[in-house]
Design a protein around this ligand. Sequence first.
Ligand SMILES: [Zn+2]
Length: 162
Amino acid sequence: MNNILNWPDYKVLQVSELEHDYQVRAEVAEAPTHCPHCNHSEIVGFGRRDEVIMDTPVNGKRTGIMLNRRRYRCQSCRKTFMEPVPHKDDKRRMTHRLIKYIERESLQRTFLGVAEDVGVHEKTVRNIFNDYCERLENLGLSNSTPGTRRLLRLAAAAKRNK
Ligand SMILES: [Zn+2]
């Protein structure tokens, strides 16, 4: 794979390297083929919208993907929809791998340090970490492997220190 994101389902148009950031202009490579509302295949372009989603740091620099996202209208049901974005979290404007990264880093470092490192708000880091702890705790009851127990201990210690 030969683009900075390492994803063939993104088409990278331009990469700008700033002092502390990479700005990656990109598009989703594959256009959708069906309407998500009625499954009809006759869909037409209906404008675009710029959206920024944050990704894991590259070479120690914060990395934002400037996505030019397409909008479509279905010729059958007339509803519009945005193209789906692969690797993006449903809830947050960031990639799945950034969420994993924040979860891991938050075990070792302060929320503020992680937030500055990846370019999101400290509160967002805290929310992601709390979601993660909750998930670990739920997992802890049903699936008490040594690995889970270790993560639970780390998460509890990290929570106490913040
Ligand atoms: Zn439709």
